[in-house]
Design a protein. Structure first.
Lengths: 287, 528
């Protein structure tokens, strides 16, 4: 599928992806088209060309085929400030077509899961950003979705809650599809069974984390350079991280051959793989 | 007040507004008003005379049109500048700068003035075009054409621009109550202006216009007094014409008009005192409350943002069990109940008490005009509940959560409408039952149609505008002109003692059209 906005900007171009159960980590730079992709998958935007199929049904034609099995946590969402968490979730449960008794049980469990049991009766208008985000996570899980789409779900969460959420995603992924879009590579590293890298509206790579890492085996180096050489090194090499130590600057370099004397081969990380994929795509586009 | 900062605030805000689709709609409406004026559907007349369409008369006519329309409709258009910064989060950034509250609000008022100034400028151009088009008077006098805009309209617009900012800063006036209150404030201001005959409280200058035109028409044969300014069809009445040479701009008149700029500045000072600088814990009321708070209470903090201590304790992760019952295909009653609860949530006891009083009144009111009046008030009291319909998802940014649910159009939207209809039926149950008991079928039919029409109107306007303001302003004016007066053709609820069945039939048809419009609007929202 492709999606073009007014002003002729193509947010997605010839984008093809097949998904099965598991957690798909969606990575890409700002403006890559991740949120557009999520909105289309969540049935609240239409592709300009092509189609999205859920179990064979075109969700452009039959959005309800997916909506009843969909949980969606958008990047930006609001709440009704005068309702408390239980009332808000009861409201959304009704809108999603969940029966009252089942909804009550589910809401109790979800509020415990996202650690909001004690704050359940407080108006949402008084919630902190992180607490509101957890309400968002709870609503996305209300209908026990077969497809769970979460856009930057850990934004605003403290480290403890982030770990809880990562564990939850891993636990949930057994029989369902979870699509996790984030800039936090460590979140993807901890949970994803598959990774899709998007850049400039195109799918750059779709593979398992192991496959992505295997591609970089023997191509990541730790190299100690002087501070004065760093700028020149950045211009000719792909440097993923830099750490300053007493013996100089330790640069992590992605390159086919050792970047210089004394460079040590190290195990690749997903961050290396992501940067390499995006950088390769940019070079290809430029040429 | 740094002029450069002032200019940049006003400029950015103005550009943001004029680049929105809604501004194009405003311009289209202004052009339509000009078109109607040219068709003769906006007239000022003294008895059976009107002025020859020379520069003086058209300047007066179109400036009065500008002042009148902007003071009632324009106010609602511009009353969102601070709210936009609050909603977009830009306010948080601005609040962290050294800019003073007065500078910020003055910039916003200037932007308001620029927006309504564009509308007035279009009508000024229309006055010029009309003189050429109608060709009743050859010589165009630019001063006579423009002076009423500069001396009568501009000060009124400055005052309204500041007033809109004040309404946005005062907690009680910021929301729906303020929108409804403004209509009555405007009506009172207009009435006072007409009575004052160019006195210092004649905002749009209508008393001054009336005095000047009547003076010019004093010696006309058959003229016995009176002045009328009408927007809308006037029944095809034809007028004799006379030459009116314009206003006498005396020093006292100009001073009285300039005073409105001073009033505008005073309003801004008042607004600055109320403005909370995007911190809900601030503002004059909060500051006063903080002053009165005891030290013991102070140590507790408001706690609104703090997370309970218990939440910080790490617990074992609760495992989620599969949902006992899968989501069912149709659970319309549950959605209806949820919508009703959402509608009524947060209403104070006072609100309920007044609603109950009106309900009892609707049972007790005698037939005829009193029953109609009680019905009118019973259906005015829930205006702020209805006004949230359709706009709630945009106002609270819950759209993505709700629109990604199954049957958002087929289930949630009808549930919202039906909840609004039930509210209308319950709040006026006494009147309906009394109509039934009297076997007054036309009024029963009108009552049912009214109960369906109001939420349909609210829903359509809310969905398409994304704001509750449009319904609040329009419904208040509609209610005032129709059921309250009552004007039979505009009586959408059957408050008139004598009612033709054609009226409720019309509003039933309008209900169907509005519901279709709401559904189309919601589909558009869902699949952007």
């Amino acid at each position: 599928m492709s999606k073009q906005y007014e002003g002729k900007l193509w947010a997605l171009r010839n984008f093809t992806l097949d998904l099965g159960p598991g957690v798909l980590g969606l990575l890409g730079p700002n403006g890559a088209g991740k949120s557009t992709l999520m909105r289309i998958l969540a049935t609240i935007a239409n592709p300009t060309e092509g189609a999205v199929r859920w179990n064979g049904a075109d969700i452009g034609e039959q959005p309800d085929a997916l909506r009843s099995e969909l949980g969606y946590l958008p990047q930006d969402f609001g709440v009704y400030p005068n309702l408390n968490a239980v009332e808000f979730l009861e409201y959304l449960a009704a809108v999603k077509g969940i029966g009252a008794a089942a909804a009550r049980r589910r809401i109790d469990e979800l509020l415990a899961l996202v650690n909001l049991t004690d704050a359940r009766k407080r108006p949402l208008g008084g919630y902190s950003g992180g607490m509101r985000q957890r309400v968002g996570i709870a609503q996305a899980l209300l209908n026990d979705p077969k497809l769970l789409i979460v856009d930057e779900p850990t934004a605003g969460l403290d480290p403890e809650e982030r770990v809880r959420f990562r564990n939850l995603l891993s636990e949930l992924s057994g029989e369902r599809i979870v699509i996790l879009s984030t800039h936090i590579v460590s979140d993807v590293e901890a949970t994803a069974t598959g990774i899709a890298i998007v850049s400039r509206g195109r799918l750059v790579s779709h593979a398992t984390p192991e496959a992505l890492l295997a591609r970089l085996e023997g191509r990541v180096w730790e190299w100690v350079v002087g501070s004065d050489e760093l700028t020149a090194a950045r211009q000719r090499l792909l440097i993923s991280t830099v750490t300053r130590r007493s013996d100089g600057v330790h640069a992590r370099v992605v390159a086919a051959a050792p970047p210089g004397p004394g460079a040590q081969s190290v195990a690749p990380t997903l961050e290396d793989a992501y940067l390499n994929a995006v950088s390769t795509e940019r070079r290809t586009e430029a040429s | 007040m740094n002029p450069r900062v002032l200019y940049q605030i006003a400029r950015a805000d103005f550009l943001e507004r004029v680049r929105r689709y809604s501004f194009l709609v405003t311009l289209a409406f202004t052009l339509y008003a000009a078109f109607e004026a040219n068709r003769g559907n906006i007239v000022a007349n003294v008895g059976h005379y009107r002025g020859v369409y020379n520069s003086a008369w058209l300047g007066m006519l179109l400036s009065l049109t500008a002042s009148f329309l902007i003071s009632v409709i324009g106010f609602y258009i511009i009353k969102n500048t601070v709210e936009r910064d609050r909603r977009t989060g830009v306010g948080q950034i601005l609040a962290a700068t050294p800019m003073s509250r007065l500078t910020y609000l003055a910039g916003k008022a200037l932007s308001n003035l620029a927006v309504v100034g564009v509308i007035a400028a279009i009508l000024l151009c229309a006055a010029f075009a009309m003189q050429l088009w109608r060709a009743e008077s050859a010589g165009v006098d630019p001063w006579k054409l423009a002076a009423p805009f500069l001396i009568l309209t501009l000060p009124a617009l400055a005052f309204l621009s500041a007033l809109a900012v004040l309404f946005e800063c005062v907690p009680g006036l910021r929301g729906g109550f303020g929108n409804v209150f403004y209509f009555f404030f405007w009506t009172a201001l207009l009435a006072v202006g007409i009575q004052s005959h160019a006195g210092p409280i004649d905002l749009i200058g209508i008393g001054f216009v009336e005095g000047s035109v009547k003076q010019g028409a004093g010696q006309l044969p058959g003229y016995t007094g009176g002045f009328s300014f009408q927007i809308g069809p006037h029944g095809g009445e034809s007028f004799d014409t006379f030459v009116w040479n314009g206003f006498q701009w005396t020093g006292s008149v100009i001073a009285a008009r300039l005073a409105w700029f001073l009033f505008a500045f005073l309003l801004l000072l008042l607004a600055a005192a109320f403005f909370n600088r995007f911190d809900p814990s601030r503002g004059v009321f909060r500051r006063f409350a903080a002053f009165r708070r005891t030290p013991a209470a102070e140590t507790e903090g408001d706690g609104a943002e703090a997370e309970p201590e218990a939440d910080r304790v790490t617990r074992s992760v609760t495992h989620l069990r599969p949902l006992a019952v899968a989501p069912a295909g149709s659970r319309f009653p549950a959605v209806l109940v949820a919508e009703l609860r959402l509608m009524l949530k947060g209403r104070s006891r006072w609100w309920l008490l007044v609603a109950l009083g009106l309900l009892i009144g609707s049972f007790a009111a005698p037939a005829g005009e009193p029953r109609g009046k009680v019905l009118a008030f019973a259906w005015f009291w829930p205006v702020l509940i209805w006004s949230a319909m359709g706009a709630r998802e945009a106002q609270h940014a819950t759209g993505p959560l709700i629109f990604s649910s199954a049957r958002a159009v087929a289930r949630q939207l009808p549930a919202v409408w039906l909840a609004g209809t039930l509210l209308a039926l319950v709040t006026s149950a006494g009147t309906g039952l009394r109509f039934l008991a009297a076997a007054d079928w036309v009024h029963v039919f009108a009552w049912l149609c009214g109960a369906m029409f109001i939420p349909a109107l609210a829903l359509a306007l809310g969905v398409w505008s994304g704001t509750s303001k449009l319904f609040e302003g329009l419904y208040t004016a509609f209610w005032y002109a129709g059921p309250l007066q009552p004007t039979p053709a505009l009586d959408f609820m059957g408050a008139s003692p004598h009612l033709s069945v054609r009226v409720p039939i019309f509003y039933l048809a309008a209900t169907i059209a509005l519901l279709a419009a709401a559904a189309a609007g919601r589909r558009r929202q869902i699949r952007s």
